[in-house]
Design a protein around this ligand. Sequence first.
Ligand SMILES: *Cc1c(COP(=O)(O)O)cnc(C)c1O
Length: 384
Amino acid sequence: MTEHHRFRGLATKAIHAGFRPDAATGAVNAPIYASSTFAQDGVGGLRGGYEYARTGNPTRAALEASLAAVEEAEYGRAFASGMAATDCALRAVLRPGDHVVIPDDAYGGTFRLIDKVFTQWGITYTAVSLADLDEVRAAITPQTKLIWVETPTNPLLSIADIAGIAQIASTSAIKLLVDNTFASPALQQPLTLGADIVLHSTTKYIGGHSDVVGGALLTSDEELDTAFAFLQNGAGAVAGPFDAYLTMRGLKTLALRMRQHSENATLVADFLANHPAISSVLYPGLPSHPGHEVAAKQMSAFGGMVSVRMAGGPDAARKLCASTEIFILAESLGGVESLIEHPGAMTHASTAGSQLEVPDDLVRLSVGIEDSTDLLADLEQALG
Ligand SMILES: *Cc1c(COP(=O)(O)O)cnc(C)c1O
């Protein structure tokens, strides 16, 4: 039995999988291999399997192995950003004439790439509410090759039943990709529910400290991984060794952080649900959320993202974003620090005028791991 098989729990894998103490020095962390090329012992005589760092770099390989381990995948590929991973996945699976089903509140950048770029290369798409399996079935055409799932979605926190969609996809030989950025593997492991591919913006919870941009694709399908590896090397949007190191450092505390994000977000959601300035709270942990039952089935906790709609409309939304002191007004999410933003004007501005346009009275919170009493007091003063 290899050492790998003793790493059963996610927290253990996040800390140990991918790199064991260096045989030469005993270093417990993967070194940052700042080397673009690797010496050969005679032509083609590779020492550690590495020749050129776009094709492979040991620091990146360590990150790829640890990400594969935490997503229960056979293979992992790390990219320069979540969007680079998105681009690679779309090009690996789709050909001109193919059709993809996407969520009607997909991440703005994903929608922009498909709508503005891939349609120019003969790809068509249908955006539907993935919370409704009948809508998913109705969107499938003979040309459909891919169903693209986010759950929870960004920024409306709607929930898709991964196992239910996997069943629909497999009966039509359609690949199922789950963008697992919001939940992270600590809360939800889509490959174990029947997905073919997991995508991450590791910029968010996996990196966890708002100090690095990255992306990843994980799969147990060898053919898909071969296509990802070919494009990763052929198009070159790879994670650099410094970024890979930072991402691995973040991953080691993922399980611990996700527990605290979820605990704090639950307290924030409960507080806001009872505040008169808020007309509705979108958080899958609330029993009133339409996706609560499915979320409780496929997630071990409900994560750190909470969105709210303001009773006072768009002006109240902008005012709240400008009035918090601990919650920092900024795009992005998933770091240790709490962030607040107005999706309609910020992260999701590219969806304006489209089917994916988000409501103007919406505020999105990325609840961090500060003391929850401080977070609640900050929201109270900002709303007061
Ligand atoms: C941020 C994000 C992406 C894009 O990732 P980048 O690292 O910013 O390129 C994709 N999907 C989701 C759900 C995201 O939040």
